[in-house]
Design a protein around this ligand. Structure first.
Ligand SMILES: CC(C)(COP(=O)(O)OP(=O)(O)OC[C@H]1O[C@@H](n2cnc3c(N)ncnc32)[C@H](O)[C@@H]1OP(=O)(O)O)[C@@H](O)C(=O)NCCC(=O)NCCS
Length: 144
């Protein structure tokens, strides 16, 4: 278990969130910068976790669908901070935020390399793998 804490990001955290997502998705994974940020960022609930020095080292976002379900995406932990529970803490915080808004089920498009990360958090794969932003994904769901 980890004592890493996550929280909801405020406007002042946004530059750090963007910088982290750019490092992970654009620089590390080669996602085109023009699709990394999108209109959904304006309405999403963004989660963050910080390291001991206070830097944002993990993030993710929650998109409410309005039908009792929600989507979690853009989960990213700084490469130097992986494996220490920051990603799991952000995921759990986003699930708490979802449940507080009446969400009963969360769906996400998992990169296949992160499938085990989500399985450990209680998600199950549905359907076949597909390619999104040039990366192999699988849809996963969890009831809250
Ligand atoms: C996937 C990602 C967000 C995980 O973040 P993290 O902070 O390293 O994850 P955690 O340390 O909280 O890991 C939680 C658990 O999942 C496991 N886990 C994490 N990433 C894993 C992976 N890629 N494969 C298998 N297990 C993994 C950890 O070992 C840990 O297990 P434990 O509960 O037994 O300790 C991070 O690896 C990342 O940013 N990857 C690059 C971007 C990416 O692929 N994002 C996902 C988009 S769908």
């Amino acid at each position: 278990m980890s004592d890493v804490r996550a929280s909801v990001a405020g406007p002042a955290d946004w530059p750090e969130v963007v910088a982290l997502r750019t490092r992970v998705f654009v620089d590390e994974q080669g996602v085109p910068p023009e699709i990394e940020q999108d209109d959904a960022d304006a309405t999403a609930v963004h989660g963050i976790a910080r390291d001991a020095a206070g830097a944002v080292v993990a993030t993710g976002r929650l998109l409410l669908r309005g039908d009792g379900t929600a989507t979690i995406g853009r989960m990213a932990t700084d490469a130097a901070a992986r494996g220490r529970g920051h990603g799991a803490a952000v995921l759990a915080e986003l699930e708490r935020q979802a449940a507080a808004r009446g969400v009963v089920a969360v769906e996400l498009h998992a990169q296949v390399t992160a499938r085990r990360f989500y399985e450990r958090a209680g998600y199950a794969a549905v359907g076949d793998e597909y390619v999104e932003a040039g990366i192999r994904h699988v849809t996963m769901r969890r009831r809250l």
